[in-house]
Design a protein around this ligand. Sequence first.
Ligand code: SRM
Ligand code: SF4
Length: 582
Amino acid sequence: MSDDHKPDDAPKPSAVEGFKTSSDYLRGDIARELADGAAGFGKGSIQLLKNHGTYQQDDREQRKSREGAKSVREISFMIRTCVPGGKLTAEQLLSAIDMGDELGNGTIRLTTRQTIQHHGVVKGDLKAFMRQVHDNHMTTLAACGDVERNIMCCPAPIRGDTVREQMQAKLDELAVHLAPRTRAYYEIWLTDPETGEKERVAGGPETIEPIYGPTYLPRKFKTAFALPEDNCVDVYANDLGFIVVHEGGRILGYNVLAGGGMGVTPSAAKTFPALAKRLGFVPPEDVLGIAEAIVKVQRDYGNRSDRKVARLKYTIHTMGLENFRAKVEEYFGKPLAPCHPADVHGFDDHIGWHAQGDGRHFYGLNVENGRVHDTGGFRLKTALRRILRDVQPGVRITAHQSLLFTDLAAGDRERIAEILHGHGVKTSEEISTIRRWSMACVALPTCGLAVAESERVLPGLIDRLEPEVAKLGLEKEAFTLRMTGCPNACARPYNADIGIVGRTAGKYTIFLGGRLLGDRLNEHYKDVVPFEQLAGEITAVLACYKAERKPGETLGDFCHKKGVDGVRAWADAWLAGSRGAG
Ligand code: SRM
Ligand code: SF4
């Protein structure tokens, strides 16, 4: 049989793979289309641009209000800036806030992966935006796309805690090691405006990607570092996780986890959320090598025809954990030692005032859903400007969409509180525990995948829950409540004590039984719950918890032990009783 007649059973690569393959290392038509005068980009560029850190979007509310009238979508861009480990300077955050005003929609968003997002940037301003990010010594390259994303790490600045410091330094090394080497980013965004030719900064020694190759990864790839006593980054929700194993202030090595991921497509039964699996143990000097081996196995064995099942969790599911481990060992060049028994057993969101270990302090400011804005009497954006300029702290972004101000003197506490109060912003100490431990994803109006509201409605839901929680005497109880506008799960709802996931407009699925530690998936509790009923449903669950919990039992542990069916039966009877009583 001639080659022409060979049956070709190999699945066809997805369209995105086609765009990457022909892109010459992420160049494609971006530069040409950037200058073509149109409001947006073509299909291929839209996909490639993600690797440069930007998504083409439109304000979905504008769409609605224009219905009937013949009009095009008002295109703008979301841009994500990497902040490895969430660590930045006051100047960098100030500049990001200024850029939101000058080129974006007047706000910035601290994300669940310790980065900064801007929305509403128009095409004509993209280049200026990227140049400003670059001048600010940051990058948007690989903030999104089929590459290693922003690597997360506990951001707490505990000086003299050499374990934490070494872990944070290891993250920096890994972030550089796994960064794409393509010069496309520099050519497209950082060319000299005078000549249009010269790169402002060399992007790397060559165009070839030694780790990724020309088609990069089959899908996004996420990594996090955690301490056993502090899993504030939700290490089990990542494709690749490192748990530090330490003894007597010395790092012995890292337990390596692989294959975590939250996103699901409810209509596709083949998709599922997964916690990462414990793969093995490596000494500190092998972190880069094992990460590279796992990335390369995913590069070579991940599904390139069906993006719904292309994440590492599906590669492991298809290969089987043992085969996957064997392949990783082959790429790594040696066997992996078995995991050390160390595992996550603590969680700290680092909110509030803390000693830093060097006579200075840090202050964790809860930023509700990560949105920095000035609206009416609430002027967080202006307050931040004042704090950053006047106090000049170091800054960290947490994996809970909040901020840490570091290197503070004792007197700064009052100063910061004064500035916050002067701008209508509560200090962290003044907000309720339930609000502090809640998170919502962006959702409407910018997210093209949202089916329901999230960021814009969670504060109102918490307003309704706060008095109920107080009535039940549970106001000191810490439990995670995480909401998303669709099952892609950007606020990690599937390992939370309470997960609320957008099902369709105005309706949600409730999940129960995860926990603060992030090492257990929750279970489906109720479906298609109208937003107006969420407060009542959650109050009923809390009433059940209050009535039957054992001393010291967390909400998630209680729901897990009783089982969702048991909680549902109790809560439904309680709800029926309260209606009767009402
Ligand atoms: Fe996410 C897609 C926002 C963290 C799982 N995510 C999106 C997009 C880009 C929508 C899109 O594809 O058009 C959202 C942009 C909305 C907007 O208007 O800004 C978006 N994701 C976010 C952020 C900003 C949520 C937030 O409120 O903070 C987070 C930015 C992270 C960052 O800084 O890098 C964000 N996304 C996550 C997380 C949490 C995490 O990584 O710890 C997850 C779950 C973990 C995981 O990856 O499985 C997550 N986002 C997804 C998915 C589902 C992926 C999957 O494997 O199924 C999508 C959709 C996709 O990739 O097809 C998605
Ligand atoms: Fe958008 Fe869904 Fe992610 Fe929320 S969870 S930001 S709605 S993709």
